[in-house]
Ligand binder design. Structure first.
Ligand code: RIB
Ligand code: CA
Length: 315
């Protein structure tokens, strides 16, 4: 079977990088057509530099196109508490030798999609780039197999009591994407928490290889909040959509209707998730539950080791 063609829209972002590492571990499953970056966890210049620094560290080429530097309507709302002042505090990365293309993400996405069919868009950030793409160039919809995204919740929140960051950061973009008619697979806060990764495993990563060392330094920083709040695990949010593509058998899914709150002062970006009687009326396939979180985390460990063997066979 031909590898699935991916476009990865991201705001690295600690968990964004873990998602990308797991994609890169499986070239037989994924052909990464390129990466687009967007203002989210940090300002777009910073998240773009982070992505280029990681690709440089790995020695992996990649087409990187920088995207919007602000949400469609609201101001940027970077999150240094979660991701640090750089957006990827923790690892020390080399000066990037991978540089973004001299083309805006909007045009890169359009050109790449019009040149390919059945592309999976992996959305790991606020949906500004994708909303502007679908509004400006609606013809690309015919080239998108689905958008698999990390975002939303069934009631929880990680930025507001009832809102998840990606959809909170640009709720107007989220509304455009969720109403676009493009099939959406949604990994919300609850499924990410169900697949949370043990801190003891994170601690064990150091010294296993260059890839595992990078993952260690990334996840040590990213798990600080959980450790400080007495938890033994941390959700690696953006990894879930990728693990679902690799191992769909791990997940129970359900067709649902999802609407986005754009005006609420306390509920900005909240997802209203309804069950549907007729699956035809659903706009989203929700990852409802994880059948085996231990297997999920075993696959994570295996993927990092696999990527390390592939990139650093002598190490
Ligand atoms: O709520 C988690 C999401 O917000 C993840 O994509 C993380 O990288 C942050 O962008
Ligand atoms: Ca992200």
């Amino acid at each position: 079977m031909a590898p699935r063609k991916l476009l990865i829209d991201c705001d690295p972002g600690h968990d964004d990088i873990l998602a990308i590492l797991n994609c890169l571990a499986h070239p037989e499953a994924f052909e990464v057509l390129g990466y687009t970056t967007v203002c989210g966890n940090q300002l777009v210049e910073l998240v773009t530099r982070n992505l280029c620094g990681v690709l440089t560290y790995l020695g992996v080429p990649g087409a990187v196109a920088q995207g919007y530097d602000a949400p469609m309507v609201l101001p940027p709302d970077p999150q240094p508490e979660a991701h640090g002042v750089t957006g990827l505090d923790g690892p020390s990365l080399p000066e990037p030798t991978v540089h973004p293309l001299q083309v805006h993400a909007l045009d890169f996405l359009r050109d790449t999609l019009l040149a390919h069919d059945r592309v999976t868009v992996v959305a790991l950030a606020p949906l500004t780039n994708l909303a502007m793409l679908l509004k400006t160039y609606p013809a690309v919809k015919d080239h998108i197999d689905c958008i698999t995204l990390m975002g939303g919740s069934r009631g929880g929140g990680n930025i507001l009591p009832r809102a998840e960051f990606n959809l909170y950061a640009d709720p107007h973009a989220a509304k455009v994407v969720f109403e676009s008619g493009v099939p959406i697979v949604m990994s919300d806060i609850e499924i990410c928490q169900a697949c949370a990764t043990p801190h003891t495993w994170i601690d064990s990563l150091r010294g296993q290889g260059r890839v595992q060392d990078l993952a260690h330094d990334i996840l040590q920083f990213f798990s600080l909040w959980g450790r400080r709040h007495g938890q033994n695990t941390s959700p690696i949010f953006d990894l879930v959509p990728v693990m679902h593509m690799l191992h769909p058998e791990l997940f129970e899914t359900a067709p649902v209707r999802v609407q986005i709150e754009t005006e609420g002062r306390l509920t900005r970006g909240m997802t209203i998730v309804d069950s549907v009687d007729d699956p035809q009326t659903a706009n989203v396939t929700l990852l409802k539950s994880c059948r085996d979180p231990a297997a999920y985390n075993r696959f994570l460990a295996e993927n990092l080791a696999l990527l390390n063997r592939r990139l650093f066979p002598e190490a």
